[in-house]
Design a binder for this molecule. Structure first.
Ligand code: FE2
Length: 279
């Protein structure tokens, strides 16, 4: 239950950190499940690397199919020049995505429930629709940077409604690549749109407003169990993890079904796999 002061702060700043939202036991359960998924993953099935650097992504079938699967993606720096993994598989995966919340019972339980449903309602989501889940490892030493972006770029709707639920599964610090946000930046325009036409995806430049820099960005160092919720237009970033400690996080991207979800968003759902809310 948010206080009116918290709701006001969310509207003003574009984000809110809620410590102790998830228990140690819930986190342990999700981590164990993710570990098992990585264990079961055959690296030969894909060497897809996730990066937000390129203007036009070399997106392959594996990435597109992951919209409705639980797929593992490698860190950019996971492989050496000979194409061999530099460290153990379990320490080479960047993330698992993008539909575990609807495919796996442990992820499903973590991603839904009365507390999240109540929070979504308090944040103004009339009809929450969870389009995407990501388990992000931010591996020690090689965890890659995620450049400045707005999540609305990937989940466009009219009007913009996407809200990100970012769960810290480990302490996120400056050392291991915590989130950085621009306070109040949700009032800035959407700079880019990730558009899918058939099997081709492109990044369209919409607005030349510069990304924040060290003067306007603030780091969000949070404890494990904290839920950070933020507005889809809030610019955010995370630095590479050069520390010896991982920085696991889990995210959900949620739009409001009362807004019009863009047909060009890369994740679409058919009647056979309908998008659902927190209940
Ligand atoms: Fe993001």
């Amino acid at each position: 239950m948010l206080s009116s002061e918290q709701i006001q702060r969310y509207r003003q700043d574009g984000f809110l950190a809620l410590p102790d939202f998830k228990s140690t036991a819930e986190i342990a359960g999700l981590r164990a499940r993710a570990e098992k998924m990585v264990d079961d993953f055959d690296p030969a099935s894909s060497k897809t690397i996730f990066t937000t650097h390129e203007q036009v992504r070399a997106v392959d079938r594996y990435f597109l199919d992951s919209a409705t699967c639980s797929s593992c993606f490698f860190e950019e720096e996971a492989f050496d020049a000979q194409g061999q993994l530099k460290q153990a598989k379990a320490l080479s995966i960047n993330k698992i995505g993008h539909a575990m919340h609807d495919l796996d019972p442990v992820f499903g339980a973590f991603s839904r429930g009365p507390a999240l449903a109540a929070l979504a309602a308090e944040l103004g989501l009339v009809e929450p629709q969870i389009w995407q889940s990501m388990y992000i490892f931010k591996q020690p030493g090689i965890g890659g940077e995620v450049g400045w972006h707005q999540d609305a770029t990937f989940f466009d709707s009219t009007p913009i409604s996407v809200t990100t639920f970012w769960f810290a599964l480990e302490d996120a610090t400056l050392m291991n690549g915590c989130l950085w946000v621009e306070v109040g930046g949700q009032r800035s325009p959407m700079r880019e749109r990730f558009v899918r036409r058939g099997d081709v995806v492109t990044m369209e430049k919409l607005d030349l407003t510069p990304w924040p820099d060290s003067r306007s960005a603030v780091p969000l160092e949070v404890k494990a169990g904290t839920l950070v919720v933020f507005h889809g237009l809030l610019p955010h970033y995370s630095a590479p993890n050069r520390s010896a400690h991982s920085r696991h996080a889990y995210t959900l991207h949620v739009t409001d079904g009362s807004t019009a979800y863009a047909p060009t968003n890369w994740i679409q759902r058919g009647a056979d796999f309908p998008v659902r809310g927190f209940v």
